[in-house]
Ligand binder design. Structure first.
Ligand code: COA
Length: 254
């Protein structure tokens, strides 16, 4: 099982469990995650959601091989189902990042309510390096949390940055030793699960509703570009280069 879904103390945990591939996410994994989010939303027994990785790794983002074989097409693609579910979740969503968070591994955090990270965690948004563009409304949300120049640096250069910088930018609440972050994040989620669900729901909705339309529009616009760029030669070259363990050569493209 590449995604584990567990329940305890009113918390539905969705855990990446594909450590041999650095928790790279396939379409099948997005589908399981989307289904688990929808189920959590509709089941009153679930009062908070926790997303976590495995030991030392959060997620290497989209599985690049899967991307080439089955690029997400249209609104019903599993990745978009998952993004719609997490971006419109009414119940609180907590994330525990115990290692590298790449691509959607980082952008999904922008939709979480509380994010805890290991002090050794790293973050990166290598979309441009892959011939792609931002997704998950990160072209809007990252500059909103961190300011334009900070967001532009991360999204244009795509270089990895450390947990302190992520906390400074504003999308990580607290840093912890790697061995403690999962337990701490679970305890925070369990605290939320013990609070009055209606209060949390209304509070979250009051904070988020003004920007919800803009966010969904941005995500759809990004998806149109992303879908086209995924099939373009720049992305093909970048993906091939990753698996051939070499630097991509973009000089052949305008
Ligand atoms: N898609 C598919 N396979 C991936 C992957 C991805 N996104 N990320 C890692 N893997 C695979 C590697 O191909 C390798 O497989 P192998 O053992 O069969 O050769 C295995 O996972 C381990 O990866 P490796 O690169 O050797 O681990 P590392 O610890 O040196 O580096 C990362 C970890 C996450 C920094 C690095 O794997 C990476 O940059 N991955 C690509 C991230 C990416 O571009 N994601 C897409 C964002 S849109």
């Amino acid at each position: 099982m590449d995604i584990l879904v567990e329940r305890a103390d009113g918390v539905q945990t969705i855990a990446f469990n594909r450590p041999d591939k650095k928790n790279a996410i396939t379409a099948a994994m997005y589908q399981t995650m989307a289904d688990a989010m929808v189920e959590a939303q509709s089941d009153a027994a679930v009062r908070a959601i926790l997303i976590r990785g495995s030991v030392g790794i959060f997620s290497a983002g989209n599985d690049l091989e899967d991307f080439m074989k089955t690029p997400p097409m249209g609104e019903s693609a599993p990745v978009f189902q998952f993004l719609r579910a997490i971006s419109s979740a009414e119940k609180p969503v907590v994330a525990s990042v115990a290692g590298a968070a790449v691509g959607i591994g980082t952008t999904l955090l922008l939709h979480c309510d509380l994010v805890y990270a290991a002090d050794t965690a790293s973050f990166s948004l290598p979309f441009a390096q892959l011939g792609l563009c931002p997704e998950a409304a990160s072209s809007l949300l990252l500059q909103r949390v961190g300011g334009y120049q900070a967001a532009a640096e991360k999204l244009l250069l795509g270089e990895a940055f450390d947990a302190r910088e992520a906390q400074r930018m504003g999308f990580v609440n607290r840093l912890l030793p790697a061995a403690e972050v999962d337990a701490f994040a679970f305890a925070q989620a369990a605290k939320l699960a013990a609070l009055p669900a209606a209060s949390l729901r209304v509070t979250k909705s009051l904070m988020k509703r003004a920007s919800q339309h803009e966010l969904q529009t941005q995500m759809s616009d990004e998806a149109v570009h992303f879908g086209k760029m995924l099939l373009a030669p720049e992305a093909r070259e970048a993906f091939k280069a990753f698996f051939e363990k070499r630097k991509p050569d973009f000089r052949q493209f305008d």
